[in-house]
Design a protein around this ligand. Structure first.
Ligand SMILES: [Zn+2]
Length: 200
């Protein structure tokens, strides 16, 4: 394999190829485009990428990615703590935000129940969620884990575990295609699934 010095374009292409959804052709287009647009954009992009890990942390309240200790949604006093939407990943919360109708707050699990991969009920990080529900006097928890086998299993597990807290527990309405990630569902469909959520 040639080194970065011998073949900087090839080395850049190989790095870009590691990104999801990027094929050989688009990686080459990106590399040549970065050269064609001059050094400023490439330098800004490089700086954004090289400092990403140190600048992004998990929100102390909801766990989503944020540049601050507390994310913008958790800092927003107009959002109600009475409704908590539980999602698997930060980008699921982004997808629901794009639907535009939700005024509650989020709780990001960063995992799903998946005993075959070592995440069983006994290891599941449910403690912080239970604590938030108690402290923030949550009335309703919307289980918005993805419509996959692991997502459904997680929703059922959470519904059973949270039932003793005496809150309303709902799940996104059907209409969300099975097996899909929330981020690939268009905002209108996702908004409808949120509005039409059903009790569990
Ligand atoms: Zn937050």
């Amino acid at each position: 394999m040639t080194s970065f010095d011998d073949d900087p374009i090839g080395a850049t292409v190989r790095l870009l190829l590691k990104l999801p959804g990027v094929g050989e052709k688009s990686a080459r287009r990106m590399a040549y485009s970065l050269l064609a647009t001059g050094p400023t954009f490439a330098q800004s992009l490089g700086e954004a990428l090289s400092t990403l890990h140190e600048r992004v942390r998990r929100c102390v309240d909801c766990g989503t990615y944020s540049g601050q200790d507390r994310c913008t949604i958790c800092r927003d006093a107009r959002r109600t703590s009475e409704i908590l939407c539980v999602v698997a990943r930060p980008w699921d919360a982004d997808a629901l935000e794009r639907a535009g109708s939700f005024r509650g707050r989020y709780h990001v699990l960063h995992t799903l129940l998946d005993p075959l991969s070592g995440m069983g009920p006994e290891d599941f990080p449910i403690g912080p969620l239970e604590q938030r529900i108690r402290e923030e006097q949550t009335r309703e928890v919307i289980l918005a884990t993805p419509p996959t086998i692991e997502g459904e299993a997680t929703a059922l597990f959470l519904a059973e575990s949270l039932r003793p807290l005496g809150i309303e527990i709902t799940r996104l309405a059907s209409g969300v295609p099975h097996g899909g990630d929330l981020e690939y569902i268009d905002p209108i469909t996702l908004g409808r699934a949120l509005d039409g959520r059903r009790g569990l």
